[in-house]
Design a protein around this ligand. Structure first.
Ligand code: ZN
Length: 201
C-alpha cells in the first residue's frame, strides 16, 4: 500500500509569534521532521494557506471583530485576523520544518470569496484544490496527516480524506488545536473517530 504524509499549514502565522498563532504549534515541528526521517513515504505534501489580502475570512475585510461569525456565500464563516497573505513572511513555511523530501505543495484559500479549511476543497465544496487528483495519480491509498490546526484545517482535511476513501491516520503528537472554544480540539478528535479516522499516539 502506498502512503503519503500530508503536512497541513505549518506556516509562520500559525506558529509562535504569528498573526494566528496556535498554542504549542512549534512543538510539533521536530516530531514531523522525525516522521519524515524514520518513515518511507511515497509522497510528502505540504498544504499552504495562501490568501489574497482582501480575503473574506479576515474580520478586517468585513468590518467585523475577530471571533465574530458571519454568513459568507450561504455558510457560516468565523472571522479570523489577517493571516497567511500571499507573498508575506506569515505565509511562508516555518524555517525549522525540513522540506528536503517534500514532493508537492497545495495552496488553498486563494479565492477571496471562499475559505478553505480542508486541503482537498473549499468550505463551500465548490472548488477542488487538486490534492485528491495528485494522490490518486500517484496511487496513494494511505494518508498520515499532521499540522495546524487540529480543530480546523487538520480536522477537515482528515474528514475529506476518509470520505474520499483513503485509509486516514492522524498523528496526535503532530498536531495542536487553536481552541477558539476550549473543547473544540477534543470535539474534533471525537468527530474524526466517528468518521473512520485512526488516531495514532
Ligand atoms: Zn486561512
Amino acid at each position: 500500500m502506498k502512503k503519503a504524509l500530508i503536512i497541513v499549514d505549518v506556516q509562520n502565522d500559525f506558529c509562535e509569534g504569528g498573526a494566528l498563532a496556535v498554542p504549542g504549534a512549534n512543538e510539533i515541528i521536530p516530531y514531523i521532521n522525525s516522521l519524515m526521517l524514520e518513515n518511507e513515504y511515497d509522497q510528502i505534501v505540504l498544504t499552504q494557506d495562501w490568501h489574497p489580502a482582501d480575503h473574506k475570512s479576515f474580520a478586517s475585510n468585513n468590518g467585523k471583530k475577530v471571533g465574530d461569525n458571519i454568513i459568507l456565500n450561504g455558510i457560516p464563516q468565523h472571522m479570523w485576523p489577517d493571516h497567511c497573505v500571499q507573498g508575506t513572511f506569515g505565509a511562508e513555511f516555518h524555517k525549522d520544518l525540513n522540506r528536503d523530501k517534500v514532493t508537492h505543495i497545495i495552496q488553498k484559500g486563494t479565492n477571496a470569496e471562499f475559505d478553505s479549511y480542508s486541503g482537498f476543497q473549499d468550505n463551500n465544496q465548490f472548488m477542488k484544490t487538486g490534492l485528491d487528483d495528485f494522490l490518486k495519480y500517484h496511487d496513494i491509498q494511505l494518508l498520515e496527516i499532521v499540522g495546524l490546526a487540529l480543530d480546523y484545517c487538520v480536522k477537515y482535511t482528515c474528514l475529506d480524506a476518509a470520505k474520499l476513501g483513503y485509509v486516514t491516520c492522524l498523528h496526535f503528537n503532530g498536531t495542536r488545536a487553536v481552541n477558539v472554544k476550549p473543547e473544540s480540539g477534543r470535539d474534533a478528535i471525537f468527530e474524526m473517530l466517528q468518521n473512520t479516522v485512526t488516531i495514532l499516539g
